[in-house]
Design a protein around this ligand. Sequence first.
Ligand code: AMP
Ligand code: GLY
Length: 426
Amino acid sequence: MCRVNVLLIGSGAREHAIAWKLRQSPKVDRLYLAPGNAGTLPVAENLDVSATDLPQLAEAARRVKADLTIVGPEAPLAAGVVDYFRTEKLPIVGPTRAAARIESSKVFAKELMQRHGIPTAGFRVFTSPSEAKRYVESHSVPFVIKADGLAAGKGVVVAQTKAEALAGVTDMMERRAFGASGERVTIEECLTGPEVSVFALTDGVHVAPLVAACDYKRIFDGDKGPNTGGMGSYSPPEFWNSALADQVMRTIIQPTTRAMAQEGYPFQGTLYAGLMMTPTGPQVIEFNCRWGDPETQALMPRLKSDLLDIYLAIANRTLDKVAVEWRPEACVGVAIASAGYPGDYQKGVPIYGLENVDRDLMVFHAATKMQNGQVVTDGGRVLTISALGKTLTEARQVAYRGVAQIRFEGAQWRTDIAERAVASTL
Ligand code: AMP
Ligand code: GLY
């Protein structure tokens, strides 16, 4: 068998989960992470290269003789890492910068959906704050106001009153709370219904069977408190079924991948659709151009197929030739965060109990590092503890057993991940 060297760009729990899964492939020889974290050390070699430094990444790929580079986060994709590697004749899989606009520009994504009749909330685009305010004054609430560019999930205001809507416009467009992302904003109709993250692996032409997960964005139980990068996830959602998967494939995923190919920027990689199950059917809230975090930590344990085979098939446009199969088991992932997150927090806090975690648990590191032989915290979200189970109830119990085995000062986590799903399936 011909074994390959793989370079994976990124350093979060999502990348640890992808690395963990890649390591199980007999075809992967050496696995490198740029830059990785303390958790990826047992499965890969960490390279001291920033995930957004394109020339250094290309240099590292050449140095380690990577046969394939895979990209975790959106920032390098939006910066054009795929185009850069292709110019340098380095093998890489992922969406080009033009295709990554499906995430990096909300206006691009909304206009694409509008042109191709893909269900999404009605919207208007504004480049002038006074026009945006006039629109708010003359229409009825609620509205959703979004800054155009990447804003780490924070450039969105769901306004229930005109005062909130006007404050959102002022913050984004005049105070530039999200920098240049506030040059253009969209004001959207407010949709209602349960949210679901749907993932479609595609080579630009073929699309693999969909998989779905739910995530939890707020810091506190009961969806209270400020937004975070994601505090936990579970898969599959209790309301997900094959009829719904077919409907999402037919009305959203296939028209989107076809539209992107037709318009000259075929999407190769993981197309992530954030959907709302409205009373009139699934509608797109947003698209992302990569796997979700924390959803990936609840998905990789469910992936039965060889992840390297899948990536090679995406790169070669032969995704119809490989099986992409998901185990029927449920998976629950609970994030553990530093005290104070998503506000200010300390780094360098020692983490205890990692070596004693039960073997049926997966501990995916998000922000950790080694300091004098001790694993310490190195960011806001520190770890995700994931567990499989025959049912969501079982997976949830095992995951929380793991959470209780790990300790660091000020550690905080939500106690209600997958709780509503468990309650509704009893
Ligand atoms: P986004 O960054 O576009 O995913 O938006 C962040 C969150 O805002 C979503 O997860 C939704 O909960 C909410 N949201 C975004 N757009 C809408 C909409 N059109 N209607 C209702 N809620 C929305
Ligand atoms: N789960 C949210 C994100 O990955 O953007």
